[in-house]
Design a protein around this ligand. Structure first.
Ligand code: BMA
Length: 880
């Protein structure tokens, strides 16, 4: 391969042919039939059997009441998708015709006109088959015969005689299917502790024919690489091409904004080849970098790639190219045993703020662009800059990563293995290898992805023996673990993508786990790597119960979604916390009990005599509890960013579990199924604010930290205001000295024993008063988010009245404003627009003034009158 400055390429002497190969989309309506032909119905592709049955009215909404169990039969059945199509003479005249499936879910035999063209066993792979010889002019019959994924998984597990590969089945409370680890399919589709068992079957991505005479482009990807010593950007562009015969070509690259114009003379050998082209970017100083949200913009450059051969323009593509670097720093920290664990983007250490992403629907065909946009926008609007695509779901669709690129969301990308041991038979490893090659190739050009991670919790499962593996048996499992994630997945990833860090698991001790043979004695060690931490019954307001980890990649508490989300999937008899429905939806053992126990530590539990009221109040109190718990834990992590306490700290990430929901049910999410913000999500916007004061009590002293993700140093003071629960007029306030808050740090700005603070302020006690605090600059302007501190549990608050709150709704153009007037102090004021989807500008707040105006953005047309009718206001004092 050499490059030439072939000016003639651009001079127009080449005749221009269609730049894309002939394509025939086979997506659309197919015919679906059950194995004995008793059910025959139309089915959309992309889609799945459940969605097809629903659309035809053959089943009810699968999310309704107990339908997950009633419709278990669907996944036990063998289904066939078929379609017929005509293949034009022009298409058949091409040298090569490929039948391409972007996603087959999961185990199937594919026949064309009665001839077997191939078999599939992995929903995460693209499959393509050469089928030219099998085509006829008309009535080509394409059939995809699926085996039940549940039966297949169980047969594979039975065939694995030598030793068990646990877990055999999910816990009973999940009402799920067994042996999901034996099938390369969304692991949570056989049920999870927040999700139903809907093992889907179908063609979940597009299907098409591509016909070509010489070349076909399979994949175009690029990696920007920064050569630190030479201070130079390099761009590696990779073309994966199918060639009918060995073909000499010229490949022309152009990125005019960076003065890049280069032409390479090369040849593609017959068959599939990958060619990498490397460019040195000359204008280093002017390369505009991609930054995570809150740290800068997300600029890109347009790169055009054209391939000429045989006197024709054979390929013509344009892609967006983003430049950024990422490093995962695991270095010794003075005064602390262990190693740091943080990300540097473009050389700048960045605190990751965000949560964990799970599949947005059990049926992927129902995850529309609008659904994705709404969820991701909600993440960014809550000041998140990172999401972890968790390893029990799916590698998300391209649009997901495009949106993350554009919004500046950093993605921690797991490979799809979760909470289990996995088999290592040759065919299993082989299909995983292909999956990894393809997914890394598909996704590696996205700047949003900052790390690959091999699996979810499988190192921890082995280390802390979740599955009761006996000591003599353990080496077999460790060996399998290393075979899959290290010898195969890691090796492939490092080869295909030298631009990003790879972690074998999450949680892990990172390089320390590697030193210990890839399975550390304690993968939860706070001195190393990332930590997952859950403790439902210890008091979540007590920060001493949290591990001061380097990086918190999972932690959380459950809550129930609101009534408007549950109502469409339930009936009246379900609307009590003790109903069969309420237990049925709870997939986490004792989850409903745990929520109430945690809530009762600080709040009175609802006791209305009206059953419906009591139910909705209970939903509310679980959301209050969850919001406060995750707030406390997240603020603790953010305030630990610059400290080492007893050898622990320098926390540089807080990703709570979990962002979104797969169905309407109780879970750890902050967004309900449908996108409605729970109280936690409103809280997240504050506790992830770039500039935030955070309080803790340490040995009777109130300490206020200022957490800053801003680059610039600021001079700030803290203003603490003491309020009485009994009166809207503040009691007194105290102000700290002005102090420098360095950018990207957390520093304590205020410290005072609570007793001394209260002694100098009216007749306040811990029970009668509470504190709010905010930041001011030297000019006296408010800076950053404000915050509050309870001096006792609100359940003991003395003087808290049942507030009389009146509400006025007004329309201002497309937006609405809601003005509240209150007679007294109110806590956790919750506005609910009922069945009108949308979100408020603020919610779940403390009402410490007589008036407050809040905006409402409706997601469908409505009126002030309708919103007024639908709107309810609940406060803490209303539920008991
Ligand atoms: C972690 C996650 C998920 C799970 C969550 C809540 O273990 O990785 O598997 O849903 O906790 O239990």
């Amino acid at each position: 391969m050499y490059w030439c400055a072939c000016a003639l390429l651009f001079s127009g002497v080449w005749s221009v042919a269609p730049p894309v190969p002939d394509q025939l989309s086979l997506s659309g309506t197919w015919t679906l039939s059950s194995h004995d032909g008793a059910l025959v119905l139309p089915a959309e592709v992309p889609g799945c059997v459940h969605s097809a049955l629903l659309r035809e009215g053959l089943i009810q909404d699968p999310y309704f009441r107990f339908n997950d169990v009633s419709y278990r039969w669907i996944a036990l059945e063998n289904w066939t998708y078929s379609t017929t199509f005509a293949a034009s003479a022009q298409l058949r005249a091409k040298q090569e015709v490929e039948l391409i499936f972007d996603g087959v879910d999961t185990v199937a035999s594919i026949t064309l006109n009665g001839n077997l063209v191939g078999k599939t066993d992995n929903m995460f792979r693209r499959y393509d088959f050469s089928i030219r010889e099998l085509l006829k002019e008309a009535d080509n019959l394409l059939q995809v015969q699926f085996l039940s994924p549940v039966v297949y998984a169980s047969e594979r597990s039975r065939a694995h005689q030598s030793y068990r590969v646990p877990p055999e089945c999910p816990p009973d409370v999940q009402k799920g299917e067994c042996h999901v680890n034996f099938i390369r399919k969304e692991q949570s589709s056989f049920s999870w502790d927040w999700g139903p068992s809907f093992p889907t079957v179908g063609l979940w991505r597009s299907v098409r024919l591509e016909a070509f005479d010489t070349l076909q482009l399979q994949q175009l990807s690029y990696l920007p690489l920064y050569n630190g010593s030479g201070s130079q950007w390099e761009l590696q562009v990779e073309l994966l091409v199918d060639a009918v015969r060995t073909t000499g070509v010229q490949v022309a690259f152009s990125m005019s904004e960076l003065d890049l114009e280069q032409v390479f003379q090369t040849q593609f050998l017959s068959g599939r080849t990958k060619k990498t082209f490397t460019f040195h970017i000359q204008k280093n100083s002017q390369v505009r970098l991609w930054w995570p949200s809150g740290h800068g913009d997300q600029p890109f450059y347009k790169l055009s790639v054209r391939v000429f051969g045989d006197g024709l323009l054979m390929l013509n593509r344009e892609v967006k190219v983003f430049f950024r670097t990422v490093e995962l720093i695991q270095d010794p920290i003075p005064g602390s045993p262990g190693l740091s664990f943080y990300f540097k983007i473009n050389g700048k250490p960045i605190f990751l703020k965000g949560s964990n992403w799970i599949p947005a629907h059990a049926f992927q065909d129902q995850v529309t662009p609008a659904v994705l946009k709404n969820l991701l926008q909600s993440a960014v609007d809550a000041n998140m800059n990172a999401l972890r695509v968790w390893g029990g779901g799916v590698y998300e669709q391209d649009l997901f990563y495009d949106m993350c690129d554009e919004m500046g969301i950093m993605v921690w990308q797991d490979f799809m293995f979760a909470c289990a041991m996995y088999p290592t038979e040759a065919d299993f490893i082989q299909t995983v290898r292909e999956e990894v090659v393809q997914q890394v190739g598909r996704l590696k050009s996205h700047p949003s992805i900052i790390i690959w991670s091999g699996n979810n919790e499988n190192e921890a499962a082995l280390a802390t023996n979740w599955f009761n593996i006996s000591t003599p048996q353990r080496p077999v499992y460790v060996k399998d673990y290393v075979t899959l994630y290290v010898d195969n997945i890691q090796k492939i990833v490092l080869k295909e993508d030298p631009s990003r860090p790879f972690l074998v698991s999450s949680p892990t001790n990172g390089v320390e786990s590697e030193r210990e043979g890839w399975v550390a004695a304690d993968p939860y060690d706070p001195h190393y790597g990332d930590v997952h931490f859950y403790s439902y019954l210890s008091d979540c307001w007590d920060w001493t119960t949290f591990p001061r980890t380097r990086f918190a990649s999972e932690y959380g508490f459950q809550s129930w979604p609101s009534f408007s989300t549950l109502q469409p999937v339930s009936v009246k008899e379900d609307w009590t916390f003790g109903s069969n429905f309420s237990s049925h939806r709870q997939h986490h053992e004792n989850g409903n009990q745990q929520m109430l126990q945690q809530a009762a530590l600080h709040f009175h539990l609802p006791n209305s005599t009206d059953p419906l009221r009591r139910f909705t109040d209970t939903l509310y109190i679980t959301q209050v509890m969850q919001a406060q718990c995750v707030k406390a834990q997240t603020e603790f992590y953010r305030s630990s960013r610059s400290q080492i306490v007893e050898g622990k700290g320098h926390t540089m990430g807080a990703l709570y579990w979990q962002l979104n929901d797969i169905w309407p049910a109780p879970s750890w999410s902050s967004l309900e199924f449908g996108g409605k913000w729970k109280m936690l999500h409103y809280f997240a916007r504050s506790f992830f604010a770039p500039l935030l004061p955070v309080s803790v009590e340490d040995d009777g002293a109130l300490v206020i930290y200022v957490v800053s993700d801003l680059s610039a140093d600021l001079k700030l003071r803290v203003v603490v205001t003491v309020h009485s629960w009994a009166n809207l007029d503040p009691v007194c306030s105290r102000t700290s000295d002005l102090q420098v808050v360095p950018g990207s740090s957390a520093v304590a700005l205020y410290k005072q024993p609570v007793a001394a603070l209260l002694a100098g302020c009216g007749r306040c006690t811990r029970l009668t008063c509470l504190l709010t605090f905010h930041l001011e600059d030297s000019a006296g302007s408010w800076r950053g988010s404000d915050n509050y501190h309870f001096l006792s549990s609100p359940r003991e608050a003395e003087g808290l009245q049942r507030a009389n709150i009146t509400v006025k709704v007004q329309q201002d153009g497309a937006a609405f404003s809601v003005t509240l007037q209150s007679s007294s102090v109110a806590a956790f004021v919750w506005l609910d627009a009922g069945n009108i989807p949308g979100r408020f500008s603020s919610n779940g707040f403390l009402m410490l003034s007589r008036n407050k105006t809040v905006g409402f953005e409706a997601w469908r047309p409505t009126s002030a009158a309708e919103l007024s009718r639908s709107l309810t206001v609940t406060t803490l004092r209303d539920v008991y």
